[in-house]
Design a protein around this ligand. Structure first.
Ligand SMILES: NC(=O)C1=CN([C@@H]2O[C@H](COP(=O)(O)OP(=O)(O)OC[C@H]3O[C@@H](n4cnc5c(N)ncnc54)[C@H](O)[C@@H]3O)[C@@H](O)[C@H]2O)C=CC1
Ligand SMILES: O=C1O[C@@H]([C@H](O)CO)[C@H](O)[C@H]1O
Length: 309
């Protein structure tokens, strides 16, 4: 069977750190071209724009999008209009409306679309989901804290409208809990702490619940120390489940559990391959809805200016 011929748009940090290594390790996918405004990708044909890639590059079956969320909607629409399958990094778009439009447009074109909530593919997630399925949930505590200087060095887009600020990593935690919990969540209140020189928050506290009043709290911090804290603790009547290191580690009542050995992005691309084979899509917008609602109801607290350097 011929490998999927893949184009990629936005050869930046995550494309270099995760996407290209995962693609190169998957014999069923071949990266053939890149469109990017930054440094070119070795070993493939490079272009500055998606239009040039589509018009002058080698034939592609699918396109992966690793650009910032601002402006991504028009790019993905262009790929869908050309009949390409699409894999879209999180968050899928800068707004909920754009994401919902992509869902409809992919279905109308009959191509496969994947909103790549990469944290849902962390090694401990499916084992956690299986354990929780028969448990009585009591409360959820999310602590998602990292250093933006380490994970987004010099990326000014993240502080601009549509860049989400601390919700850029925080949405990963929301993608996990919306995958693990049985009922939809609603934002009850939020506090967004916005630096004087930024358009998006550097920290946030969010209170959520489901229709059965499950108490779900989240603390996000983008100005955390060098050692990340990416943890979710779910207290149940039968015991306490804890995901650490972004879902890579799973413990139940303090006992470490056996988890998958597959990395997040290897699993993302294996899932994309399967969706194309099944002529299906996986385009959940719940995490983005919770972010949008946090911005709707969140109180703003001005905090001191943030400087990357
Ligand atoms: N930095 C990280 O650790 C992670 C980032 N992500 C997500 O991946 C996306 C990208 O993030 P990063 O790679 O960190 O950003 P980045 O700023 O390092 O890379 C973005 C790339 O897109 C290119 N670009 C921008 N507009 C373009 C356009 N119109 N056409 C072609 N290329 C264009 C830029 O030249 C740059 O190379 C974001 O949505 C982010 O949430 C996901 C997981 C981890
Ligand atoms: O999606 C994201 O993940 C974190 C970090 O790379 C941990 O995986 C990053 O801040 C955010 O964009």
């Amino acid at each position: 069977m011929q490998p999927i011929r893949l184009g990629l748009v936005g050869y930046g940090k995550i494309a270099q750190d995760q996407h290209v290594p995962a693609i190169n390790a998957n014999p069923g996918i071949q990266l053939v071209s890149v469109a990017t405004l930054g440094q070119p990708c070795p070993g493939v044909e490079n272009f500055h724009t998606l239009s040039e890639l589509l018009e002058h590059g080698p034939q592609v079956d699918a396109i992966a999008f690793c650009t910032p969320p601002q402006g991504r909607f028009a790019l993905v629409q262009q790929a869908l209009a050309a009949g390409k399958h699409v894999l879209v990094e999180k968050p899928p778009c800068a707004t909920l409306g754009e994401a919902l439009a992509l869902v409809d447009q992919a279905a109308a074109k009959g191509v496969s679309a994947l909103f790549a909530w990469h944290s849902r593919y962390a090694p401990g997630i499916e084992a956690a989901r299986d354990w929780l399925a028969s448990r009585t949930l009591q409360s959820v505590q999310i602590d998602w804290k990292e250093d933006v200087r380490k994970w987004h060095p010099g990326q000014t887009w993240i502080w601009q409208p549509g860049g989400l600020g601390v919700f850029d990593p925080g949405i990963n935690a929301l993608s996990i809990v919306t995958h693990l919990l049985p009922h939809p969540l609603f934002v009850e209140s939020a506090e967004l702490r916005v630096p004087d020189n930024c358009q998006s928050p550097i920290a946030a506290s969010i209170k959520m619940a489901d229709a059965r009043q499950l108490d779900v709290r989240a603390e996000f911090d983008f100005d955390h120390g060098h050692d990340e804290l990416w943890s979710i603790e779910i207290r149940c009547a039968e015991g306490v489940l804890r995901l650490d290191n972004g879902g890579a580690l799973l413990s139940i009542d303090g006992v470490r559990q056996t988890v998958s050995e597959e990395g997040e992005y290897a699993a993302v691309y294996r899932h994309f391959q399967q969706l194309i084979a099944d002529k299906a899509s996986d385009v959940d917008v719940q995490p983005l809805r919770l972010v949008a609602d946090s911005f709707f109801v969140g109180s703003r607290v001005a905090v001191e200016a943030f400087y990357d350097a």
